[in-house]
Design a protein around this ligand. Structure first.
Ligand code: FAD
Ligand code: SIN
Length: 525
């Protein structure tokens, strides 16, 4: 079957784009592993939208810009926030069973929001959204869903069969069939990257296993600019458990009255750090948790909502309550041990309001992008929203300009003539573990130039080793991901070294102050 558009990624951004495109075009959706494997399925808290009578777009815009420490592009912030009510209506039409209160949608609250603004499906919003989007995509005859495909690189003018074109025009992707191990070339007139974030570059992350920054690395290698990669968001409250390493405790627990306590003294410390206490933006709460842990040599801090009535807690957080009970923690009676963990990639492939990247024929949407919405720190529950708005925007631009997109040329098949099967898989595991560990220790919540330079040095050493390995051995999913993780680590560290101030998520002891002018860190390949 010939497809008009390829969408890489089956999360909120990819499926939204695919559904909008499929009204007129044939769409191929590729996903690494299972279709539900992205972060979307894991989202807990909800989706931010101005729906309350006392709330305004201006309030939401202002909260977003305050959280983003002024680095946001106001035009993008307005663009997204004004489209939020439409996005929610569309999800309701698709059958997402949002919680209601009487006739209206129930709105919960999260850090950095001045109003109740978060629509949700209990404490498992993402799963309900993913299910509804997938149901619609599966029922659509214009959409072909192809899971089990790990895309390796973009096909550009350099891969045309008949001639070499350095134009950077993107024609699709080379993808590894994860079952057979063969590499396929998928081509189309337009390609959308919706590959999610790069959270797994850190040792501790709330993100799923596949969040290895593949789209960001692929776009960069093909010649697209990336921006603000130093802005890595750490969530303040990931469950501390030696067996269950990346279970998030939603910010809505604090939104519904949860307190952060020092487990040694029982002291509620957030009011000492910020007048908004537990509802300060995430960067502030994560740094406060980190500071309590480091100062007192703790393993974790406590998140306590046991002062609320047990039925209130069970009703608001049924999934978290059940999960914790299985681990021997009754959150209606006891505090929850929590630590900060990497959570969201604010930077990414630079896009405009139409989801266009620098490369002709290449669009991007969702967490793999830097659209200007989040600035130096994402406001809670603004990211699913960004996926819906930019998924639709990219689709709308492709549909509007469809007659300008040429049919793809014949392209060269993937060349495996000079590679053999790997003889030392251990190299991949060793390097993967090493990257994640030094990124956590040297490029984490609190940074210094010396630590960043140490990380840069490690990255230089590993780059030679990984590229050598990539050049000699047949690709596997692990190798593709390792190469991309390392690429993203390099982009993060380079960006962090360029920023000579502390702004939002980038906090460095060597430049503790804010510069007068907010400027994006844009890396040019
Ligand atoms: P994803 O949903 O991550 O999907 C990425 C897709 O790309 C997947 O299908 C994956 O298989 C595919 N892919 C990746 N690499 C390749 C490749 N090489 N080849 C082929 N396919 C590939 N945000 C909110 O707004 N509200 C919340 O309440 C919220 N809670 C969260 C809770 C958790 C635990 C986490 C981790 C995140 C949360 N977020 C939340 C953030 C939000 O979930 C994500 O930003 C958002 O879902 C990203 O959607 P996406 O479509 O961009 O990517
Ligand atoms: C959460 O539920 O705390 C996550 C919300 C988000 O990441 O936006």
């Amino acid at each position: 079957m010939i497809h008009d558009v390829i969408v890489v990624g089956s999360g909120a951004a990819g499926l939204t784009a695919a559904l909008a495109l499929a009204e007129k075009l044939k769409v191929l959706v590729l996903a690494k592993g299972e279709l539900t494997g992205g972060s979307t399925s894991w989202a807990q808290g909800g989706i931010a939208a101005v729906l309350d009578a006392g709330d305004t777009f201006e309030n939401h815009i202002s909260d977003t810009m305050i959280a983003g420490a002024g680095l946001n592009r106001r035009e993008t912030v307005e663009f997204v926030i004004e489209r939020a009510p439409h996005a929610i209506n569309r999800l309701v039409e698709l059958g997402v069973p949002f919680n209601t209160e009487g006739e209206a949608l129930h709105l919960t609250r999260e850090g950095g929001h001045s109003h109740r603004r978060i629509v949700h499906v209990n404490d498992a919003t993402g799963w309900a959204v993913e299910e509804a989007l997938l149901r619609a995509a599966e029922a659509n005859p214009n959409i072909t869903l192809l899971p089990g495909r790990a895309c390796i690189d973009l096909i550009t003018g350099r891969h045309e069969a008949e001639r070499y074109s350095g134009s950077g025009r993107v024609w699709g992707v080379y993808a590894l069939d994860q079952t057979t191990g063969t590499v396929e070339a998928h081509t189309a007139r337009a390609t959308i990257l919706a590959t999610g974030g790069a959270g797994r570059v850190y040792q501790f992350s709330t993100a799923p296993r596949g969040a290895t920054g593949d789209g960001i690395a692929m776009a960069w290698r093909a010649g697209a600019r990336v921006s603000n990669m130093e802005m890595m968001q750490f969530h303040p409250t990931c469950l501390y458990n030696l067996d269950v390493k990346n279970f998030l405790i939603t910010e809505a627990v604090r939104g519904e009255g949860g307190h952060l306590l020092n487990p040694r003294t029982g002291h509620r410390y957030m009011p000492d750090y910020d007048e908004r206490a537990e509802l300060a933006p995430r960067d502030i709460v994560a740094r406060a948790n980190d500071s309590e842990i480091k100062r007192d040599g703790l393993d974790f801090v406590h998140l306590d909502i046991s002062h609320q009535p047990p039925e209130f807690v069970r009703e608001h957080f049924p999934n978290i309550h059940e999960k914790l009970l299985g681990l021997g923690i009754d959150m209606t009676r006891q505090p929850i041990p929590v630590v900060p963990a990497q959570h969201y990639t604010c930077g990414g492939i630079l896009i405009d309001l139409n989801g266009r990247t620098d490369l002709p024929g290449l669009y991007a949407a969702g967490e793999c992008t830097e659209s200007g919405l989040h600035g130096a720190n994402r406001l809670a529950s603004n990211s699913l929203l960004e996926c819906f708005v930019f998924g639709e925007a990219a689709a709308a631009d492709i549909l509007a300009r469809w007659d300008q997109f040429d049919a793809p040329p014949a392209v060269r098949a993937w060349d495996e003539s000079r590679v053999t099967d790997s003889d030392e898989e251990v190299v991949i595991k060793q390097n993967w573990t090493e990257i994640r560990r030094f990124m956590w220790n040297y490029v984490g919540i609190v940074r210094t130039t010396k630590r960043l330079e140490r990380a840069a040095h490690r990255i230089d050493l590993l780059t030679g080793e990984v590229e050598d390995y990539y050049g000699h051995f047949r690709v596997s999913t692990d190798l593709i991901e390792l190469r991309n993780l390392l690429q993203c680590a390099q982009l993060i560290v380079r960006s962090a070294l360029q920023r000579k101030e502390s702004r939002g998520l980038h906090y460095t002891l060597d430049y503790p102050d804010l510069l007068a002018q907010a400027a994006d860190t844009v890396l040019v390949p």
